[in-house]
Design a protein around this ligand. Structure first.
Ligand SMILES: [Zn+2]
Ligand SMILES: [Zn+2]
Length: 741
């Protein structure tokens, strides 16, 4: 146990512990001492202070007047490039490198390079600049940490991604034999663990104490990190130097709960034994899909055959029985939301409901066809369209975004984005390892990025995106129309038949008023189906209204709920775009010492919050499991989460670059982007002149091209240049990343 205490005591000095987060920050103390030390540079500005401030003008003056040079070293053997790097002054770093600063100069207490100082804080654009100038990421400091270890310590996901695509061994070890994967696991950074594993990190290496990454993941007890390691083949029975398995350690460190949940999500019990499911994956899905139809029949029959007071109780029991069979027997999972969302359970509920509505119509209502022939015809058309569009919405690809086909392509995407100063979670999907188009979103259930993503809809067992949004909206529309017509036809059916009003013939204990009671006793099955269908009218009507409003405003559900926080996806101008794309508009020459200038902090903060955010988001989801999930199912969550109300009020003020006016927006929606002239799965930038002007220019160019060379692809090339994919030439105005200036 003593050893365990040492393991988790992060406050104890680095020399005596196996691992401590403090050790990673040890050098920072000396930075702040130096920065605050008034005696360091007593009177006037030195090149070191200028570098700390990012004051390029002062540095230029000092170098031009011969008072200093880029290769100077201060009392601690630190170069100006170190100081500019630790304070994230990209422009100052570039200036110093141009003035001949040594890129891999070793300095400070830890004998580290400027890149290591930047990596410690996860300053992506400094790292990118230094690498471009030939910095060596494999150099280790006096603690044995190379740049990859240090960037892992910073928990910044994008710099880690960038470094993993540099020539560096992903399994390189520090002086105690820890790999970056062990560090990420120890810190509980599930995203970093995932990223390192995807780049080939070995999950079964042991450090000097015999601990594997899985042991380290247990120390922090991050469920997702543990699960990722197990999925990638981490050995559950690996023993450390004292013969403890990861599970033994989980018991000692009281993180057994996370351990059990991680294994359960991987389909195992806490000892790693695979749990069986009664059916194969395919048959489980089929069974879950058809079960609601069968249970609905049972429920409606129960209500028909039994008196109301027992019928309602028993039918509710049947409903929960169906639930139990799906979640606990067929899926064999105790966690609810995600696992059920991955099955066609809710699609089965829709299908079963449609089936019994049609059954009632065929067996009862249609006999009355002469008197309401038009309504019957409309109902038949709505049901047909509803079923067809439902099927299309389920089966169509919602708009999967393309992924790079080779490692070279991926590397060049990362390099391009980093050098444009906008490699971040909005432009790059760390799960797909691909560029993320504007207005797209990574869906956790489908595990892919969806172009112009609206939301993941469990009812259609699919995401709703650019490619099936039209079918989804038609499905909801015809569903609402169909239910209204069904209710109308049911009403006229009951009005046309003679009803028994003799109280002796109908249930004496019925709480309903006389007429309702008599129609219920006449045909309980039809009444039950009609009531069930009408219940669905509530949420489908709200869904339809908000969908129509969003289509007319050229917005997706995701954008409406995010508007309060970010502004429009890829919107032009102002803070909204900075938040979205990582473009930096303002440029600070003199950030206050010893702080880092805010632009870079924002970027780094963004990256690190992405990394550790998974944990927070998870706890948030679980805390609200009950109500949140219900709201999600009913489609009300758009009004409750993500400051949607703020978003709605801001919607009228912010300018949406995709907005073409109501008619144009509807046309664009219907044609999945043709009105704007874009392919949403490959749309990476808003053209400077706006979509309308850009499309006109593109058409002009195509016409001219067509005149000269029929069928030429020149127009297409122009399209991509116009979208800002090319770095050269085109004037990008406000889009110019300031770090390039
Ligand atoms: Zn993705
Ligand atoms: Zn999805």
């Amino acid at each position: 146990m003593d050893d365990t205490n040492v393991l988790v005591n992060i406050k104890s000095p680095p020399a005596t512990t196996l691992v401590s987060t403090e050790s990673a920050n040890a050098a920072d103390l000396s930075f702040s001492q130096a920065l605050n030390d008034p005696n360091a540079q007593p009177d006037e500005a030195s090149i070191f202070v200028a570098a700390q401030r990012g004051d390029v003008e002062l540095m230029r003056e000092l170098i031009n007047t011969g008072k200093a040079s880029a290769t100077d070293r201060d009392a601690q053997n630190i170069t100006p490039l170190h100081w500019a790097a630790i304070n994230a002054h990209v422009a100052a770093c570039r200036f110093l490198l141009d003035q001949g600063a040594e890129v891999d100069a070793l300095g400070g207490d830890l004998v580290a390079t400027p890149m290591q100082w930047a990596a410690r804080n996860g300053y992506l654009y400094v790292i990118q600049l230094l690498v471009a100038h030939g910095a060596d990421p494999t150099i280790a400091d006096s603690q044995g940490y190379n740049s990859l270890h240090l960037v892992t310590h910073s928990s910044s996901i994008m710099p880690l991604l960038y470094l993993l695509h540099q020539p560096i061994n992903v399994d390189s070890r520090d002086s105690q034999g820890h790999t970056s994967l062990m560090w990420a696991a120890y810190q509980g950074d599930a995203l970093s663990v995932d990223l390192l594993l995807r780049h080939g990190a070995n999950p079964n290496l042991k450090d000097d104490a015999g601990l594997t990454p899985l042991h380290w993941a247990v120390v922090r007890g991050n469920r997702v990190a543990i699960r990722r390691l197990i999925e990638k083949g981490a050995d559950l029975t690996a023993k450390d130097g004292e013969g403890r398995t990861p599970r033994d350690m989980a018991v000692e460190l009281k993180s057994l709960g996370a351990w059990k949940r991680a294994l359960e999500e991987g389909g195992m019990n806490e000892y790693g034994v695979k749990r069986g499911k009664p059916l194969s994956d395919r048959n489980t899905k089929i069974a879950i899909f058809i079960m609601p139809a069968i249970f609905f029949y049972l429920i409606f029959m129960t209500l028909t055959l039994l008196p109301w007071y027992t019928g309602i109780l028993l039918s509710m029991a049947e409903f929960f029985g169906m639930h139990h069979i799906v979640t606990r027997v067929l899926l064999n999972k105790s966690t609810y939301t995600d696992s059920v969302n991955q099955t066609p359970y809710f699609a089965g509920i829709i299908c079963g409901s449609i089936l019994w509505v049609v059954f009632c119509w065929v067996t009862r209502l249609v006999q009355d066809a002469q008197s309401h022939s038009f309504a019957h015809l409309m109902f038949a058309i709505s049901v047909g369209l509803c079923a067809y569009n439902f099927f299309r919405a389920v089966t169509l690809d919602p708009g999967t975004c393309p992924k790079p086909t080779s490692d070279e392509e991926l590397k060049s995407i990362i390099e391009d984005l980093a050098s444009e100063g906008r490699l971040n979670g909005q432009t790059f999907c760390i799960q797909c390892m691909a560029r993320k188009p504007l207005r797209s979103k990574h869906c956790r259930v489908c595990d892919k990025c969806i172009a112009r993503s609206d939301h993941h809809c469990p009812w259609v067992w699919n995401c709703v995106g650019a490619n099936n949004h039209r079918q989804f909206l038609l499905f909801v529309t015809t569903l609402v129309v169909g239910i209204c017509l069904f209710d109308y036809l049911t009403y006229s059916y009951f009005s046309s038949i003679p009803l028994v009003t003799d109280p002796t013939e109908i249930s004496p204990s019925c709480p309903l008023p006389g007429d309702l009671c008599s129609i219920t006793s006449h045909d309980s099955f039809l009444v039950s189906v009609a009531v069930w269908a009408t219940l669905q009218l509530t949420w489908t009507f709200i869904l339809l209204a908000s969908q129509l409003w969003q289509v007319a405003r050229q917005m997706t559900t995701l954008e409406v709920s995010n508007l309060g926080r970010y502004g429009f996806m890829g919107g032009r101008g102002g803070a909204s775009l900075t938040g979205q794309m990582g473009h930096r508009h303002s440029h600070r020459q003199d950030a206050v010492l010893p702080g880092v200038d805010t632009e870079d902090t924002a970027l780094v903060g963004d990256a690190s919050s992405t990394s550790s955010g998974a944990v927070h988001r998870h706890s948030g989801v679980c805390a609200g499991c009950g109500s949140g999930f219900l709201m999600n199912l009913l489609g009300f969550d758009r009004f409750t989460k993500g400051k949607a109300v703020d978003g709605l009020t801001k919607a009228s003020k912010a300018s949406n670059p995709f907005d073409l006016g109501i008619v144009g927006n509807c046309k664009d929606f219907w044609t999945a982007g043709k009105e704007l002239g874009v392919e949403y799965d490959k749309l990476y930038d808003v053209p400077m002149e706006g979509f309308r002007e850009w499309k006109r220019r593109k058409e002009r160019e195509e016409e001219e091209d067509g005149g000269r060379k029929p069928g030429g692809s020149g127009g297409r090339k122009g399209l991509f240049m116009g979208l800002g994919l090319g770095r050269a030439g085109s004037s990008r105005g406000g889009y110019e990343p300031v770090s390039q200036v």
